[in-house]
Write a protein that binds this ligand. Structure first.
Ligand code: SME
Length: 162
């Protein structure tokens, strides 16, 4: 099978029209599959390849009392994160998305990839699967509130298929 929705060019995220198109592409990717791992894998790839200046995109899932690495795109990553630790653990424990403009100023940031400089984490919770979507950039101040809303929109679509 092949997708005719593979993004042909990258976007910065400054254009709401481009973000809306990418969200439609995410919806299309999810429409033919319900498996949560397969969908997390393809969403990671879609975002990583479509949005400029990212060095890591992926999922962590709650396993007992820690977050465990799921599908991702980018360099090797930490496999387990304690709840409340790092940007991921804090977002998950606090039940709210975190947009970190400069990880060097975030107390407790976990540097899996030393190149990461800014980060967005969107937590999610369902009866069966909980976790976070983590998006990293090597650029300081890479992410805008619009991009945060976009990533929350992606997670919202993802949850509809769980
Ligand atoms: N930086 C994250 C750890 C995960 S990696 O970025 C892939 C954190 O502080 O939770």
């Amino acid at each position: 099978m092949s997708f005719d929705i593979t993004p042909s060019s990258t976007i910065s995220g400054d254009s709401s029209a481009e973000l809306a198109t990418l969200l439609k592409q995410a919806e299309a990717v999810l429409s033919s599959e319900t498996d949560y791992i397969a969908n997390a894998a393809n969403l990671s790839s879609l975002i990583f390849n479509a949005v400029e200046d990212l060095n890591w995109v992926g999922f962590y899932f709650l396993r007992e009392d820690e977050l465990v690495l799921g599908p991702f795109q980018g360099q090797l990553a930490c496999t387990r994160i304690n709840l409340g630790e790092g940007v991921c653990g804090k977002a998950f424990k606090g039940s709210e998305s975190l947009l970190v403009n400069d990880v060097l100023n975030f107390d407790g940031h976990i540097a899996c990839d030393a190149a990461s400089r800014s980060e967005i984490v969107v937590p999610f919770y369902t009866q069966h699967y909980s976790g976070v979507l983590d998006v990293d950039s090597p650029e300081k101040d890479r992410f805008t509130p619009e991009l945060l809303s976009f990533f929350e929109g992606v997670v919202s679509l993802y949850l509809q298929r769980l």
